[in-house]
Design a protein. Structure first.
Length: 367
């Protein structure tokens, strides 16, 4: 009886929502798409994480249903990238694996719910309905904010923070290392905002010449340019800029700038060329290449060899993004590696974060 009632509610509710289904099994794709198509306004289908990420960027579906074990990019890596774009998107995973490590990783990176394979219709209905109800609740909360003039334009957000005396953080980055401290609005008018914060944060703001206001009471962040820093009063005068939905960058894996001794080589079809790595995490690498003998394409698999503190680390990677400049390319690639390689990268990144924090202190806090 409960399943019949849930089915009726899902039929009524899902018609206003879109869903992205990511699964590499063609047989399961066909079965699940046929089922979802009976309920949802639109069903987008991808066969792996790379394709799923592209479809998400293109269509911005309300809900994502994804497998974990897939070629090119697995479900967890795809989820991490999507959460950078929209931290609030609801995601359900499908997996034959229900071990504690898989579940812990899934929920840690922001998964909403879990359906264990083999899939049954009652389980699919129950979980989808539960997540859709949560999406509906969040939309109603936003509508209520709009109704009460507490919404979306940066004037409204900053007024809401100022008048409510709400707590918020200022977010900056020093060469990939997040610097986050609390702030308090001292003055607010139509052109600018003056905020009191810590000396450390002021130095980080000075380094970037911008900052981001992040208040947990509202769903958007406000990005601001700096007009003037007053070290005597521990305050900064900001020019109000634009509102954006937070990408939760500071909640994701650390991505740091390597040190000057960091060496990297790209291997393509037995051809080797040096690359300059600008940022690296345990999951992603961004590098610059200006070798005309190398022709790169999106989704191409490459081998990258790192020389870190005289230790050789090599791994496969998949190109996700290529930005063409005047005489070089900036390439973003996802890292594929074993647990052993991941631990080695984690060790280097932790060490590098520590170095950069000390560098920041020595350069900006001790002068």
């Amino acid at each position: 009886m409960e399943n019949i009632e849930n089915l009726k509610v899902l039929q009524s509710m899902a018609k206003d929502f879109t869903i992205l289904f990511v699964e590499d099994s063609k047989a399961l794709q066909k079965q699940v798409v046929l089922f979802l198509g009976k309920f949802f306004k639109e069903v987008y289908v991808a066969s792996d994480g790379v394709e799923g990420l592209e479809l998400y960027k293109k269509h911005k579906p309300d809900l994502i249903l994804t497998d974990l074990t897939m070629p090119r990019m697995n479900g967890h890596d795809m989820i991490r990238e999507i959460k950078k774009l929209d931290a609030d998107v609801e995601i359900i995973i499908l997996s034959a694996h229900s071990d504690p490590d898989t579940l812990m990783t899934s929920f840690h990176i922001g998964v909403s719910d879990f359906i264990q394979k083999p899939i049954t219709a009652p389980k699919m209905i129950t979980v989808c309905l539960k997540v859709l109800l949560n999406i509906k609740r969040k939309k109603e909360q936003i509508e209520e904010l709009v109704k009460n003039n507490i919404d979306l334009e940066n004037d409204d957000i900053l007024n809401f923070i100022y008048e409510g005396n709400l707590e918020f953080d200022l977010i900056n980055y020093y060469r990939g290392v997040p610097i986050i401290n609390s702030g308090k609005i001292l003055k607010l008018d139509e052109n600018e905002v003056i905020i009191k914060t810590t000396f450390n944060q002021l130095m980080a703001i000075k380094y970037e010449n911008v900052t981001t206001i992040d208040c947990p009471e509202v769903s958007e962040n406000v990005f601001c340019k700096v007009k003037f820093i007053d070290l005597d009063s521990y305050s900064v005068k900001l020019e109000k800029q634009k509102v954006f939905f937070p990408n939760s960058k500071h909640n994701n894996l650390a991505m740091v700038e390597p040190d000057e001794f960091f060496r990297a080589t790209l291997v393509q079809h037995n051809y080797e060329t040096k690359i300059r790595v600008s940022k690296i995490s345990t999951k992603e690498i961004i590098f610059k290449i200006n070798d005309n003998a190398v022709s790169l394409s999106k989704h191409e698999n490459l081998k990258i060899v790192l020389d870190i503190d005289n230790e050789i680390i090599q791994f496969d990677s998949t190109i996700f993004k290529i930005d063409e400049k005047n005489d070089y390319f900036i390439v973003t690639a996802f890292i594929k590696h074993s647990e052993d390689i991941e631990k080695k990268l984690e060790k280097y990144i932790y060490k590098r974060e520590t170095e950069l924090i000390e560098e920041f202190k020595n350069s900006y806090l001790h002068n």
